[in-house]
Ligand binder design. Structure first.
Ligand code: SF4
Length: 177
């Protein structure tokens, strides 16, 4: 399998600095609204801040991959004496919860690092407490890894709309190209 170069983007989270203001959720949902900046709805944000107000615990979690099935193994976290639900810090869009799904269409929401925004992810830019730190690096990966990512996205669309509708959409796009 051929190796190709891939740009890996990460957001480092300095959780101790987070005060739970949720500005990151607001700007993320505004950037990803259609048309851009036309509305704000934190339920559509690709970053969600998990909170436990009484204990002053705030932890930003970014939307990750779509998965069509629940996982068999689960993690349990106890932070400062508070036990969190098994799925609380998971980044996946999966059938067992509503997190990281568009509330209207049910389609998975995945962090795209605010693709198209020249200054990088808006949550990083607008977090005034420097909780979120953007990093970018080049890595060599197997070509198969990139194909796997495309397949996961297509799988989500097939689950939602079925093969026939997706086929029609591809046919229309091919005509436009
Ligand atoms: Fe935390 Fe920064 Fe998000 Fe505010 S904007 S909730 S401080 S990560």
């Amino acid at each position: 399998m051929a190796k190709i170069k891939k740009t890996v983007k990460t957001i480092k989270i300095d959780a101790d600095k987070c005060n739970g203001c949720r500005t990151c959720e607001v700007v993320c949902s505004a950037f990803h609204s259609e048309p851009k900046y036309s509305s704000v709805n934190p339920a559509t944000s690709r970053i969600r801040v998990i909170t436990h107000r009484l204990k002053d615990i705030w932890l930003p979690v970014f939307a990750g991959e779509y998965t069509p099935a629940e996982c068999m193994g689960r993690d349990k976290y106890i932070i400062d004496g508070k036990e969190y639900d098994e799925c609380t810090f998971c980044r996946a869009t999966c059938p067992s919860r509503d997190m990281f799904k568009d509330p209207d269409s049910g389609l998975p929401l995945k962090c795209d690092m605010c693709e198209g925004n020249e200054s990088g992810p808006l949550c990083v830019e607008w977090c005034l407490n420097d909780v979120l730190i953007f990093e970018e690096r080049e890595e060599e990966v197997e070509e198969e890894v990139v194909i796997d990512e495309m397949e996961a996205g297509l799988e989500a669309l097939i689950d939602k709309y079925g093969y026939d509708k997706l086929g029609t959409a591809f046919a229309r796009l091919t005509q436009k190209a």
